[in-house]
Design a protein around this ligand. Structure first.
Ligand code: MG
Ligand code: MG
Length: 247
């Protein structure tokens, strides 16, 4: 769906709130902090900005962010029992609603000093996101995004998750079409200005296989290897991609 200028301005504002949640939660990440603490930091930002949460209550999800440490890929539930320790990596997925319009973005950060391999995973995953974003151009085909993401991740010896994907976004967080992080075998829809997508590579250090835990939410790597997740909300403009989820 193509959004008009008024809608895009609301999405820009929602994106800035999400970026502020990123900034504030990043500042809070250190050994000894719990993922429940990070959720409270995010709630304060939403409240201060008068923004709604698109995560809280989503199919019953109990928090305003997802927090997924180490081998957890996505959808981890924040908890006061989950204490971050030196050397962990933690994926934080955040969203906000302004006047009915949604923003959605994620990052993975190190807790204190992390291993060189973990640093490389974070760097490559973020770079794969940037490569995907570069494809969001008027007249291009949507699945060039996934092709670009996959090329960056696999060139580095990593794999991309298949079961969870990016999506269009607007008056709902998850709108059609989906945006795979791999080449699905067909070029997909033609991109037009005003279309907005959440691009979100999930890149695994080991194999791409996933397992969902008994809590019904947490998704982990089947082989126990690390996973990273970066996401932005982006609009296709006549001048190329514009990222909304930045300060
Ligand atoms: Mg997200
Ligand atoms: Mg998303």
């Amino acid at each position: 769906m193509r959004r008009n200028a008024t809608e895009l301005e609301k999405m820009r504002r929602a994106g800035r709130v999400v970026a502020e949640i990123h900034e504030e939660t990043r500042k809070a990440i250190r050994p000894g902090v719990t993922t429940g603490d990070l959720d409270r930091v995010a709630r304060e930002v939403l409240e201060r900005r008068g923004a709604g949460s698109n995560f809280l209550g989503y199919h019953g999800f109990p928090a305003v962010i997802c927090t997924s440490p180490n081998s957890m890929i996505v959808h981890g539930i924040p908890s006061d029992e989950v204490v971050l320790v030196e050397g962990d990596i933690i994926s934080v997925d955040c969203g906000a609603i302004i006047e009915g319009y949604h923003g959605d973005a994620a990052y993975t950060a190190g807790v204190g000093e992390i291993s060189a391999e973990a640093r490389r995973l974070l760097e490559v995953t973020e770079r794969s996101l940037q490569a995907g974003i570069e494809q969001l151009r008027d007249g291009n085909r949507l699945h060039e995004v996934g092709r670009a993401v996959q090329a960056v991740a696999e060139a580095a010896g990593f794999t991309v998750v298949r079961e969870y994907v990016g999506h269009a976004i607007g008056t709902a967080m998850h709108e059609d079409p989906q945006v795979p992080n791999y080449w699905p075998g067909s070029p997909g829809p033609t991109l037009k200005t005003g279309m907005v997508f959440a691009i979100e590579p999930m890149v695994n250090a080991g194999g791409p296989e996933t397992v969902q835990l008994d809590d019904g939410w947490s998704v982990v790597t089947a082989d126990g290897e690390l996973s990273a997740h970066f996401e932005h909300t982006i609009v296709v403009t006549e001048n190329g991609p514009e990222v909304f989820t930045v300060p």
